[in-house]
Write a protein that binds this ligand. Structure first.
Ligand code: NAI
Length: 372
């Protein structure tokens, strides 16, 4: 690694690979990018160029300075015909290919054989076991998880995940590299959902439980949560992310943790996915998205979600408390299982899930209020 930046290999030029490449280019690194699909590099390159233009506009650079900065950054982006070329001479290689264990294991065996002895190999997997991926390499001690969030150029969080045999110096070096790129690293154990995708599960699941029990309506829950300082409510979030994507994540974490009842995915969500109501991308989810008006709640049949019963109706304060408490309970469990420290969980929920404060900070505030 030189003062002006090191060399990063990126495998996969899709949403995450392009985003991560942009982050490293912005920090002055050289990026060697490989994608197996014809045309994917070009699409990734134009995505990176758009991202750099947006960044330059935000920085308020003058026209000439902006052009020079973008061209200078793109000049450090190289197309590689195969993973071997991307790994050769790299300080760090980050894999962001399809979320498939066999594909990732095959790639890591190849990368490990191609990379020099000091190269760190990282996976950006969201849900697979880092250990299972690392074991495909002859040197699993140099393999770790570096879990970026989407959009990678904007969101500051990176979960640094140790596999069973990852060397602690590799974790430290990777933490220092992403820190140099302006990211905030938190340490997570190699456990289902790592920190954010696990601790944030109750944000949507507890809201769905309220629908299942006829305790509140979709728009009331979203309004209550927004009123508490969250950028959007749980149903707005599911509509944005895609109900199918959210359900797949919920199911993976639930299954990975041994199918605990508290995290059981909701039949309401499964029904909506089966109906093709996937959120914004399909035009309807919990809300209906018309061209000419703001989204309006899309009715859910009474045999799927029971109507709100006046005697059970929750106030906005109770809605917020139930959801916050469920998240805090999951956070305490994750901490007690050794997934991460209180501080790292709070940081991760703040930077990775845009919570107004972390669950432990919220618990402390509740304790102070109760004692006052
Ligand atoms: P994507 O589908 O946008 O991009 C994947 C790219 O990898 C495609 O261009 C594809 O052609 C290429 N690819 C597939 N197999 C390959 C192989 N064997 N060798 C070389 N290139 C190959 O996927 P996305 O969303 O960028 O996700 C990539 C990884 O990042 C996945 O593991 C995903 O779970 C993870 N991730 C995704 C996030 C998201 O919000 N999209 C957030 C954090 C992690």
């Amino acid at each position: 690694m030189t003062e002006s930046g090191g060399v990063l290999g990126v495998i996969g030029a899709g949403t995450m690979g392009a985003g991560i490449a942009q982050v490293a280019l912005e920090a002055g690194w050289t990026v060697r990018l490989h994608d197996a699909q014809p045309g994917a590099f070009d699409r990734g390159q134009s995505r990176i160029a758009d991202g750099l233009r947006r960044r330059a506009a935000k920085r308020g650079l003058a026209f000439d300075a902006e052009r020079a900065w973008i061209q200078g950054s793109l000049a450090r982006l190289e197309e590689c015909p195969d993973p071997v070329a991307a790994a050769a001479g790299a300080d760090l290689v980050i894999e962001a290919i399809v979320e498939d264990i066999d594909a990732k294991r095959a790639l890591f065996a190849q990368l490990d054989a191609a990379a020099g002895p000091d190269t760190i190999l990282a996976t950006n997997t969201s849900a697979l076991s880092v250990t299972a991926i690392a074991e495909a390499a002859t040197h699993p001690q140099r393999v770790l998880g570096l879990h970026f969030f989407n959009p990678a150029p904007v969101l500051l969080l990176v979960e640094v995940v140790a596999g069973a045999r990852t060397d602690s110096t590799v974790l430290d070096r990777a933490t220092s590299i992403v820190g140099g790129w302006g990211k905030t690293a938190v340490r997570s154990a190699d456990s289902p959902g790592f920190i954010v995708n696990r601790v944030n599960r109750p944000f949507t699941i507890e809201a769905l439980r309220m629908l299942e029990a006829g305790e509140a309506r979709v728009a009331e829950i979203d309004a209550a949560i927004r009123g508490d300082g969250f950028p959007m409510g749980p149903f707005e979030l599911m509509d944005l992310v895609g109900l199918d994507v959210n359900l797949a994540a919920a199911t993976a974490v639930w299954a990975g943790l041994g199918r605990p009842e508290r995290l059981r995915p909701s039949p309401i969500q499964a029904w909506l996915v089966a109906e093709g109501r996937l959120g914004r991308k399909s035009g309807a989810g919990f809300y209906r998205f018309g061209q000419e008006h703001d989204p309006v709640p899309d009715p859910i049949p009474h045999n799927v979600a029971v109507p709100v019963r006046p005697e059970r109706a929750l106030t906005p304060e109770r809605i917020v408390r139930r959801i916050r408490a469920a998240i805090a309970e999951e956070a305490v469990m994750a901490r007690d299982e050794g997934v991460a420290t209180d501080l790292d969980i709070d940081t991760a929920m703040w930077l990775g899930a845009a919570h107004p404060e972390g669950p432990f900070a919220w618990l402390r505030r509740q304790a102070r209020a109760a004692g006052a």
